[in-house]
Ligand binder design. Structure first.
Ligand code: CP
Length: 328
């Protein structure tokens, strides 16, 4: 009997929508190429980058990746787009679709925005972070970075990875929990009670005790303290630093070869000391470098079979001719 063929993914909305096999293929491809230039296979394709929330690493690495593949990139600045005049996300996406873009990279403050975009966009949608919900490419970067640190694919199994900080509001944590547990890691979430509240303990371990979280950990992942979200919790920044800041002294409880990761942006001196963030255990800039590799592989994996028509007006059309003569 013929096996059932699994369709290749069309979008990257979150990692839990990709099979283990697709994730493995993506991370292996990124590890192999490490974002090096390869035969340009997106020539003639157009990529729209719509970031409705600030970004340094994600936007730039998507742009570098797309250009490495010879795609044409178009960055939409929401502050100078018609979104400030009240255009809805759906309407913006419908217009990008009408303009014939092949891929849309979307960061949005609303959880679920990429799923909405995928309903109205004929090409591939890539989630570059939606609200508190998901950040799939960051999770793939972190998986690749940890695999490299531990020495291979099979080395993830049983490794203790502790994610420390504001887990509740972290899209990075949510996507990482999925990929790391699927890879067989022993995932712990550690932070103040208010930032673990309501989280499902299975298949991870929750603790408010940093000492317990760090004990024997092979990897420690810090999260940005989202100061804008501290209102409404009884915790002060000072208390957070006192009880949860990752310091060299506290890292002594982790495994001797433990590594430190952080998706960025980092509040140096808040969730982590400068000494750790820039020290020998830190893989923070390796994560950034892997960002280009992973995003290059994501574009390659989602490449539509051919570019969509660009809808460029025919220069010889009567409308263009009439307009040219009118302004002469
Ligand atoms: N990790 C991450 O998403 O960083 P940026 O917000 O700078 O893109």
């Amino acid at each position: 009997m013929m096996g059932v063929m699994e369709a290749a993914p069309r979008h990257l909305l979150d990692v839990d929508e990709w099979s283990d096999r697709d994730i493995e293929a993506l991370v292996s491809d990124a590890a192999q190429h490490r974002g090096q230039l390869r035969a340009s296979n997106l020539r003639g394709y157009r990529v729209a980058l719509l970031f409705a929330e600030p970004s340094t690493r994600t936007r730039l690495s998507f742009e570098i990746a797309a250009r490495n593949l010879a795609a044409e990139t178009f960055t939409i600045d929401p502050s100078s787009s018609s979104m400030v005049k009240g255009e809805t996300l759906v309407d913006t996406v419908r217009n990008l679709d009408a303009l014939g873009f092949d891929m849309l990279v979307l960061r949005h403050h609303r959880a679920g925005a990429p799923w909405v975009a995928a309903r109205y966009f004929g090409g591939a949608v890539i989630n570059a972070g939606d609200g508190w919900h998901a950040h799939p490419t960051q999770a793939l970067i972190d998986l690749l970075t940890l695999r490299q640190a531990f020495g291979g694919t099979d080395e993830m199994r049983g490794r203790k990875v502790v994610i420390v900080g504001d887990v509740l509001h972290s899209r990075v944590a949510r996507s990482n929990i999925w990929t790391l547990t699927r890879a067989g890691a022993d995932v712990w979430l550690c932070g103040p009670e208010a930032w673990l509240r309501g989280l499902d303990a299975s298949p991870v371990t929750l603790t408010t005790d940093l000492e317990a979280g760090l004990r024997g950990a092979d990897a420690v992942m810090g999260l940005r303290v989202q100061r804008e979200r501290m209102h409404g919790t009884s915790l002060s920044l000072g208390e957070y630093v006192e009880h949860y800041q990752i310091t060299e002294e506290r890292l002594a409880r982790a495994a001797p070869s433990a590594v430190f990761l952080h998706p960025g942006p980092i509040n140096e001196g808040v969730e982590v000391t400068l000494e750790v963030a820039r020290g020998p255990r830190s893989l923070v800039l390796e994560q950034v470098r892997n960002g280009v590799a992973v995003r290059t592989s994501v574009f390659a994996a989602l490449q539509p079979s051919q570019p969509r028509p660009a809808h460029v007006p025919d220069q010889t059309s009567s409308a263009t001719r009439d307009l040219s003569s009118a302004i002469r």
